[in-house]
Design a protein around this ligand. Structure first.
Ligand SMILES: O=C(O)c1cc(=O)[nH]c(=O)n1[C@@H]1O[C@H](COP(=O)(O)O)[C@@H](O)[C@H]1O
Length: 244
């Protein structure tokens, strides 16, 4: 039980630390204390603070989702994943659009790092269609509608390529679960509790709805980190998913 929110952490909730300095990250992590066990380090924080962001969180006993969305030729991705996997992250992202060879290479890179370090292999997640796309924006890139078809195509390819799961919108979770089964990870950003604004997210759902629809984990950033009272925001989210 946490002394700040009065409610225990839940590994299904990942808080996105989208800030531009190590100190800002540390403030959020200190403020949320034991109520959050899983954090996401994305491009903004990693490019600002570097690998110390990951090592700090691991030293604090937190799980880390390192979201760098790699997308390059298989050889480059294999060795880049091996390099970042050595930091001890639990989840790492690549873009599913990089294709089968690239996703297989990502898993190989993660396995190499795990063998060297003696730690468990980090899970590789493949990003399908970003949650900031709506139909109009997707069609502008040449994408075929409905978006769901493309998400399912990439999820099937990711599953066949041996990655551990996908990142998709909560609205696609049920259909992905039907195709990919368990224990495939379906990690969903685009989560908006009823008290939060949608910002630039387009394909969204509430935390409880996303979990009901088959999401394994929820990525939540601004509704917590930009809230007037982040501890209260976490507490409300945890209560909502527990039906309290
Ligand atoms: O890979 C991701 O985590 C990701 C994929 C996606 O399709 N949409 C998406 O929003 N994200 C990330 O999830 C987080 C969502 O943050 P908020 O919109 O502030 O809750 C951000 O850090 C995004 O980089």
């Amino acid at each position: 039980m946490n002394n700040k929110t009065g409610i225990a952490a839940d590994d299904r909730i990942i808080i996105a630390l989208d800030v531009n300095s190590f100190d800002k990250m540390k403030n959020i992590v200190d403020m949320l204390g034991d109520s959050v066990s899983f954090y996401k380090v994305g491009m903004e924080l990693f490019y600002s603070a570097g690998s110390q962001a990951v090592t700090y969180l691991k030293e604090k006993g937190k799980h880390v989702f390192l979201d760098l969305k790699l997308h390059d030729i298989p050889n480059t991705v294999e060795h880049s994943i091996a390099a970042v996997a050595r930091l001890g992250a639990d989840l790492i992202t690549v873009h599913a659009a990089g294709g089968r060879g690239m996703m297989e290479a990502a898993v190989r890179g993660a396995s190499e790092a795990a063998k060297e370090s003696g730690r468990p292999r980090p899970k590789i997640l493949a990003v399908t269609v970003l949650t900031s796309f709506d139909d109009k924006g997707w069609a502008e890139t040449g994408g075929q509608l409905p978006i769901l078809n493309h998400v399912l195509r990439l999820a099937k390819l990711a599953h066949e390529s041996g990655v551990d799961g996908v990142v998709a919108s909560p609205r696609e979770a049920t259909a992905i679960r039907e195709i990919c089964g368990e224990p495939f990870e379906i990690v969903t950003p685009g989560i908006r509790p009823s008290f939060a604004q949608s910002n630039d997210q387009k394909r969204i759902a509430t935390p409880s709805r996303a979990l009901q629809d088959g999401a394994s984990r929820l990525v939540i950033g601004r509704p917590v980190t930009k809230a007037e009272n982040p501890q209260k925001a976490v507490s409300l989210i945890l209560k909502e998913i527990r039906g309290e």
